[in-house]
Design a protein around this ligand. Sequence first.
Ligand code: SF4
Length: 908
Amino acid sequence: MARTFIEKIAQKMRIIPDLDRERSSGSTGELRKYPSPDDWHDHVELDAQEWPKMVEKRYSLVPTTCFNCESACGMLAYVDKETGEVSKFEGNPHHPGSRGRNCAKGPATINQINDTERILYPLKRVGKRGEGKWQRIYWDQALDEISSKIRASLKTEAKDRVVYHVGRPGNEGYVERVLKAWGVDGHNSHTNICSSGARTGYSLWHKHDRPSPDHSNAKVILLTSSHLETGHYFNPHAQRILEGMIDGAKLIVIDPRLSNTASMADHWLPTWPGSESALFLAWAKMILERDLYDRDFLENWVNWEDWLNADHPDEPCTFERFISLLLEEYEEYTPEFAASECRIPVEQVIEAGEAVANAGSRLSTHVWRSAAIGNLGGWQVSRTLHLLNVLTGSVGTEGGTSPNSWSKFSPELFDEPGDPDGWNELHFPPEYTLAHYEMSHILPHLIRDGRGEIDVYFTRVFNPVWTYPDGFSWMRMLEDEDSIGCHIALTPTWNETAFFADYVLPMGHASERHDINSYATSAGKWVAFRQPVLREFARREGKDVEFTSEVNPGEVWEEDEFWNELSWRIDDGTMGIREHFMSPYREGEKITIDEYYRYTFERVPGLSEAAAEEGLDALGYMRKHGAFLIEEATYSKHEQEGWPTPSGKQEFYSQTMVEFGYPEHAIPHYRIHSHVHPDNLQGEDEYCLLPNFRLPQHIHSRSANAKWLVEIGHRNPIWIHPKDATKLGVSEGDLLKIETEIGWFVDKVWVTEGIKPGVIGCSHHIGRWRRSQDQGNRFLSNEVQIEDIGEGKQRMRTVSGISPWKSDDPDTNRIWWRDGGVHQNITHAVQPDPISGAHCWLQKVRLSRPSKEEKYGDVEVDTEKSFQYYKRWNEMAKARETHPRGERRPMWMKRPLSPKKKHWYIED
Ligand code: SF4
């Protein structure tokens, strides 16, 4: 390309290099996509900071995986060989899921590890819990004190009083194995505020509880979610959706909010929250009426005969009669009915429905969070969505939707302790017979109701005080030492829950820890290795490292090694725990972390062979490449494996639902109206608050210290349609008071046509806080004051917003934003779905102009009201509690950590 006049002068004056000369001499070479892994330990780049001088910098590129959402995209850490520090993160092109690409949160890992406020040393509280006073202790002390508390609890023979409560898991089976070694039914998760609604719907069909859509090869991509851009498989799915669209696929997005994804869609259907099942059933009817169903798949792989035998015993049990009876059953689901429930034009129902009906085996569908976790009966959304895949025969096909477990690798572990000998009723209370995961969001209420206590409670990368609904009830529970004997927060960074801990133990970020990852991000199956990059760098440089804490900043450790050491110390020689932590390679000696991963990787199909071709062993291959593709594609596995349900087929008809007291939900239907259905709102004075969409730049608890991400997103205004804004007399930036069932908050409005009239939105992120006695996250947290105003009422007021401060990082002094948003989740009542157990996030709210005393960011909650409100929802489950054959829950359904079979019976 010809140089401009200015460039020529600049070249002559040597302000910029002589690019023409360099090109002709070949000294800069061609642009390269990525260096070969063989060169990763000696990679040379020009130092951008030195421009225009050509100064070379030498790096060791170490693969690891991102930990900022579940996708576990591949990253390459650029370790500066001169300083031994990580300079930046880029994508790992050899990772089959992410293929070299990351979203903004991946490279921002560098902000997290360089956060000047991160927790660098183990801390123990002094003073009262929550008072904010801490003393630095050594790991030895922490291990000794915590292990003795666990030992004391285990010696009582209780199996439910030592609990590990996880936010972002990020590993495969590590801690579940540890808990089994301790013999406790002590696994709790965040899943019931996240995905368990959708999981229940999928599980009823085929036990597998998540979908794996093959977007790249689809003809129609149907998304019931804003979640694509904000969490689950964001980057891996986004790139495959674009591939599908480039090849001509149509994108349909169902969302009351114009998400980034919806803005790219061929059809955006802003349905009324909770009406999605009516839409899917109308489309199911269209497929049936037009004979566009896949007869072969339906006839052979679906338990249609069970339905006829149960509900139509006098009818001939023929496939033809099944179809005609199904059409009669679904008669009411006309396009007009769907249009009226969804509050969208009927033409839109028909137009998008025609695309779905004609997709054949190339219909890729997905629902994550959103509608399935928002509504009473939200599990029906995935149940009816999957019906479309079943009817079109797009289950397990190229371009269709497969069960996620087909594409997920399950590691073989070096030692499998027996199942726990007990059942934790605080996690799986008997009335929630079909709860797909632990009832974690009602834990404070169950404890307040006298249904149990906890001796030792680990919160690990988990921040319920802020993330969950009804956070004041969490604070109240955590402050009570009779309810929670000891609280240990395992976290890389400060959070609102860690403020109420007894011990805060610093754990590594993505590049400072080991994990195995495998997720169904595409049609193939892969395994990836999250490794502490400075440990691998040290190994490449010929240095021995015993524990990852030796190379991490301060005394930041990693959980894997922590669990091993803690387990070793719990056992006083009489408890049989140590035998589960012995090296599989060295008789009678404690396992090392390298041995743990060596054992698993040696058993990954095809990995050792691929490694041998490079003269490596399996662990060496994973250290070098960071990921391995096990299978290119995992289609049609049911043809060999069948379906793991009681009938061995896709369960259109669920005998399980009948037996567990819900016969009206035996087949997919639209029989539960959401708690935010217009019939359940009081006219136009009540609105539906959509609080569960996320911002693409943020994760729940660990991005408030990532300066690049915070600079992009740091506010959470109320999305309101112009019609509603006019009705309420508010305009852009005005304050609005949002009253929930248990309290209220004051936020600013953003007037936009990107939200459905009658619905208001507020992003699930933002509104982080700290009190004057707390520390950390100053890029994104407001300083607040919390007051007990009597009779169970709590008030939170913003004392000051975001402001710059001086530190070793000059950027902390350059912060230009002042508004840290509003903590809305804390004003939400818990709403446990009686069937799936999922928290129904959507809230019925009233809107008004705040009084003069009510300021931006103010929050008030009545915790007495919240307890009573919980009781009302809990009654819905109690009213239907039934245990066929004495089973606590269906024996064939999954549990994350399964106790011995005898405990699955209510009278064990
Ligand atoms: S999509 Fe998730 S795993 Fe991938 S880079 Fe973004 S945050 Fe990290």
